[in-house]
Design a protein around this ligand. Sequence first.
Ligand SMILES: Nc1nc2c(ncn2[C@@H]2O[C@H](COP(=O)(O)OP(=O)(O)OP(=O)(O)O)[C@@H](O)[C@H]2O)c(=O)[nH]1
Ligand SMILES: [Mg+2]
Length: 361
Amino acid sequence: MVQRMGAPRADIEALHRDFAAGRKVALSRAISLVENEQPGFRELLRRLLPLLGRAHRIGITGPPGAGKSTICSALVRFYRERGEKVAVVAVDPTSPFTGGALLGDRIRMNELSLDPGVFIRSMASRGSVGGLALATGEVTDVIDAFGFDRILIETMGVGQSELDVTAAADTTVVLLVPESGDSIQAMKAGLLEAADLFVVNKADRPGAERMARELSMMLHLRMGKTLRNVPAHHGVDLRRVQAPAAPPLREDAKPASWDPPVLQTVAETGRGIPELAQSLDAHRSWLDTSGERQRRRRNRLAERVRDEVERRFRHRLWKDLQALDLIEDAMPQLEQGSMSPYDLARTILQRANAAPESDAD
Ligand SMILES: Nc1nc2c(ncn2[C@@H]2O[C@H](COP(=O)(O)OP(=O)(O)OP(=O)(O)O)[C@@H](O)[C@H]2O)c(=O)[nH]1
Ligand SMILES: [Mg+2]
């Protein structure tokens, strides 16, 4: 195979060796290789596959300024005190560059990153043909393989692209603040379903308690469990009237489903952080005992195959075949109506099928 621009073979081998030896410089280089989809990145990811699955991947998402970075810093400190190695991946789907907010985070996190047990990396959408969610998943794989115990993935915002990014996580935390009241109502159903844990941060401000209560109510409504935590009314136990009593859980019974807890934190002072860490561990255990981890892993593998097929196809179309040029060349015919967009699309696809693939490492 022709070696395209990028590191020569010997460099790639050296990278593998340094990575396996646990050198952080190699980790940074491996991440760049994968993030920019440079030659050799698939071979690297292939070799790392047997090392995956050790880290607990924790996605933290929520509206701008909710305190995601502050929570990350607090969790990093908490886990470091336990002797765990922690990585933070800060992802900004809204910006083609690493934005000012992330820069601010970096300065704040600088002190943490002096610790050899901590690794911090920012990501933005630039460069990747495969898209940010795929790049984040692959970068997280690299960090996992390197041997971190926890990987915190901070995503800005609460839209679809952030949800796609959190698919890389084992446990997804949605962070809100007391003022998010209205946005709860507007919150996409997808976000509610994606959340394994809710955290009302800035609980030092008024309204946190109320916010947490409303959120719990809404979650229970959605799950059809409104009555479970409601005390008996007018002397009648509504729970008994509504449904036959469920057999009591045995001590060792596996929980069939996970009720996302609603926690409150003051990230700045660390209040509530031990409880958050405890819930994160509880969720991780539940993933194992319920079989959910396996289910999510299967979904992730299927998703990775789909993403890779699309990435290779996109690469073939837009890079190898220069399909945009074909569209431009055909513009006069398209404009005159002597060729339809559908016919041109078919021609492009036929050519793409016949084109040699340059991206097949
Ligand atoms: N009062 C109060 N302020 C907090 C708390 N946690 C964070 N903050 C402050 O809120 C501001 C935003 O915090 P960040 O951690 O940068 O929030 P973020 O969600 O990472 O912000 P973006 O990445 O820009 O979306 C900072 O000024 C923090 O100091 C808290 O518990 N209480
Ligand atoms: Mg931040």
